[in-house]
Design a protein around this ligand. Sequence first.
Ligand code: ADP
Length: 447
Amino acid sequence: MDDLLAHMRIGVAQDVFAVRQLGREVAREVGLEGQDQTRVATALSEAARVMVASGQVTTVAFQLRRDPAPTLLVEMEHPARGDAATLAQQLKAVGRLVDTMEVADGETGTVVRMARRLPPGAARLTLDHMDEIRARLDEHRPGTPLDELAVQNQQLIAALDEVRAQRDDLARLNAELEETNKGVMALYNQLSEELEETNRGVVALYAELDEKSVQLRAASEAKSRFLANVSHELRAPVTAIIGLGRLLADEGSDKLTSEQGRQVELIRTSATDLLTLVNDLLDLAKAEAGRIDPVPSDVDLRAVFGQLRGTLRPLATRPEVEFVVEEPGLPSIRTDEVLLGQVLRNLLTNAIKFTAAGSVRLRVTRAGDDAVFEVADTGAGIPPELHERIFEEFYQVPGSRALSGKGTGLGLPYARRLVTILGGALRVTSEPGKGSTFTVALPVGGP
Ligand code: ADP
């Protein structure tokens, strides 16, 4: 239910001032603040002015609505009917002073309803409180039009003051904003300059890096060329030394003393080791110089495994080591058969060399698009910090030569090169004392 706070009738021009004063009083009593009081009072007096001009007596009722939110309602009614459309047009500006305004043709005349929401504190309005308000409003006696004019003038002055203060505030804010903008622009320019500077540095750095990598490539090519030439040139004399040694030790040659025989044998084995080294160097140099072009074909893995089994079994001479080449887990892959054979032979030879007891195993399985070859042994193993170093040229795990007897330290770098050329990857997992597993993953569909 809406509570009636006050009501009055207006019929003559003077009443317009009275209703304005009453409206302001009601607005103040229900808790609206200064400017809102003026808004309500102005809306009311303007509506009253228009309605009185029609010559009809108008009743005005002020009510308080609690739900859903505390709201002041003002209802003005005059008996002339069918007037709503014109009145609504005339009161258009008034609507802006309140939250809602409607003009309607009712049973008994034309009604104007205005509503203004009250501030949150107004919710405390109790029934007792309302009685007090009603009593005070009853006592309210309208002042003269001159009094009202004075009040209006004061309000106008206050409003103008406020507008000026707001305009000054706005000007100050604008100045501050401009100042801030200048600061931001300065910062932006400084950052841009710094960024440009950094970019220049980065570009210079890249240019230097490019130059260095060109130099590096040239150095590496020169090294490969040098190795290839030297090893090529060395092959002939070393082969000659081996031949000569064989000739000297031959039955048909002059008899050598046993000391001479021992020395010639020493020359021969040293020359043979040298030839192995020269050949390994030549292979690696060729691979590094990019002079190995893989020739892919469909490689029958059973055949490759069979051949490895046959050629390497004679090397696995230790009775404590079981040498196992398993049945392939896939029939074939597309790759270069010769290079694949070299890689696997290399890994198996190492495994046999470095395994004193247990087993050496070769197997291949399929994992997605890859064929994964595994050479697993139960040999000496390799400490984890050396897992990458063993792929460097000439590197040998300290102490490992004692077990293997010989080696150049070129086998693994060469094997890794070949696997890369075949489009795959060569990795190792190993634990000292437990053994090592070298894994070659090659794309089944070819390099
Ligand atoms: P090489 O066998 O001629 O010495 P590699 O390049 O083939 O040269 O191997 C480098 C080193 O890696 C070997 O000297 C050895 O110390 C270590 N190594 C390679 N394979 C194995 C293996 N299966 N078990 C233990 N150590 C190994």
